[in-house]
Structure formats: structure tokens, C-alpha cells
Design a protein around this ligand. Structure first.
Ligand SMILES: Cc1cc2nc3c(=O)[nH]c(=O)nc-3n(C[C@H](O)[C@H](O)[C@H](O)COP(=O)(O)O)c2cc1C
Length: 194
């Protein structure tokens, strides 16, 4: 069986987004990936090499001031060496984010990840879940409770710690990990057969 190598390149200032990273990891492992968690604010040369050999890279960041965090932007700018040679072309990409407000302009963070992936020649994998919590029978415990398509989005109250990350958001992030892994496996099989 093809084992996709899936890396998570993420930043978390206060630990909330790190919970989502663990959830994406769990979903990807469950789906059979070799997974690497890379905290981009302390990325090493060895970890850059892991990203270079990954089949898929999942970007993750809290939403700060309506976009990814400064630490994530530093990492993104550092990928410009890979951009110049299109070294990550045809890897798969996906993303997740967390913010304090229900919207909090999280969509912009995910769209920023999509543009970053496009500049690097990567193929974007969306969440693949219908929106939850949008009918009289829905609830905040639904998967994709915030109704985002571009990636996994989570909301955590500003005055609570990482233990307060919503279980539905964790489950949604797990689903993203499974989907990225399964899509990457399909892509790799297609390449092998071509
Ligand atoms: C500098 C800064 C800017 C923020 N900007 C936003 C924002 O634009 N929208 C929002 O809903 N929350 C915003 N927040 C709240 C964070 O997104 C929220 O606390 C998140 O859970 C932090 O994730 P982390 O623990 O992974 O750093 C901001 C927090 C900080 C520190």
C-alpha cells in the first residue's frame, strides 16, 4: 500500500492551534500516512528536508489580525527559495486555522494558505464536508459546525486555554487529516500508473 508522507507546518502562539495540529495528525495517521508535525517558529534544516520530501503539506496557523500569524508569515516568506525553483510543485496542500470569534475573518487565513500553495505550485485539498449547524436539527456539535469549505476552521474562546478547543472542531480537523491522506494516496497511485 502506498504510504503518503504528510507534514504539518504550523504555528500556535497559545496552544489552541496546536490542538488542531494534533487532530489533523491523528486523522492522517488513522488513514495510513507517515506524519511529521513541524512547528514553523522553530523549524530546523532537518525539518525543511522533511518538507522537501513530503507528498503533502498542511498549513496551520491561528488567525491573528485577520490573517495567519507573523511567525507563519516568516515561514511562508522563507519558502520563497522553494518558490524560485518550484521545488514543491505537485505536492498536495491543505490548511487549518483557529480564532476567538465565530468568524474572526478565518476564511482570509485559509485563502492566504491557498494562495501560498498556488504560488508554490501545489494542489489544494479542501475539507470535503457539508456545513453543519445550519438547520433546526443541527447543533454546535456537528462536524464542520462553522460551515467552512476551504479547510478546517475552529473557534476557541479568547479567555480559555487549549483544553477548551471544541470537540466538533477537533473532529473536523481529524477529518481533514484523513481526507488529505486519502487524496494524496490517490494522487500518488495516479502518478505511478501514468
Ligand atoms: C495578535 C492577535 C491577533 C488576533 N486576531 C484575531 C482575529 O483577527 N480574529 C479573531 O477572531 N481572533 C483573533 N485573535 C484571537 C486568536 O485567534 C485566538 O486566541 C486563537 O485561539 C489563538 O490561537 P493559538 O493559541 O494557536 O495562538 C488574535 C489574537 C492575537 C494574539
Amino acid at each position: 500500500m502506498t504510504t503518503p508522507v504528510v507534514s504539518l507546518a504550523y504555528h500556535s502562539g497559545y496552544g489552541h492551534t496546536a490542538v488542531l495540529a494534533e487532530a489533523v495528525r491523528a486523522g492522517a495517521v488513522e488513514a495510513g500516512a507517515e506524519v511529521h508535525l513541524i512547528s514553523v517558529d522553530e523549524i530546523t534544516e532537518e525539518q525543511w528536508a522533511i518538507l522537501d520530501r513530503s507528498d503533502a503539506i498542511v498549513f496551520g496557523s491561528p488567525t491573528y489580525m485577520g490573517t495567519a500569524s507573523g511567525a507563519f508569515h516568516v515561514f511562508a516568506e522563507a519558502t520563497s527559495q522553494r518558490w524560485a525553483t518550484q521545488a514543491w510543485k505537485d505536492k498536495l496542500a491543505a490548511g487549518f486555522t483557529n480564532s476567538a470569534s465565530k468568524s474572526g475573518d478565518k476564511l482570509h487565513t485559509l485563502q492566504y494558505f491557498q494562495i501560498l500553495a498556488a504560488q508554490l505550485g501545489m494542489h489544494w485539498v479542501n475539507l470535503g464536508l457539508l456545513p453543519g449547524w445550519n438547520s433546526s436539527t443541527g447543533s454546535e456539535h456537528d462536524l464542520n459546525r462553522l460551515g467552512v469549505f476551504a479547510g478546517a476552521a475552529a473557534q476557541t474562546n479568547a479567555d480559555e486555554g487549549p483544553e477548551a478547543v471544541h470537540k466538533a472542531d477537533i473532529a473536523t480537523a481529524e477529518q481533514l487529516g484523513r481526507r488529505v491522506t486519502e487524496t494524496t494516496r490517490t494522487f500518488l497511485r495516479g502518478l505511478a500508473a501514468a
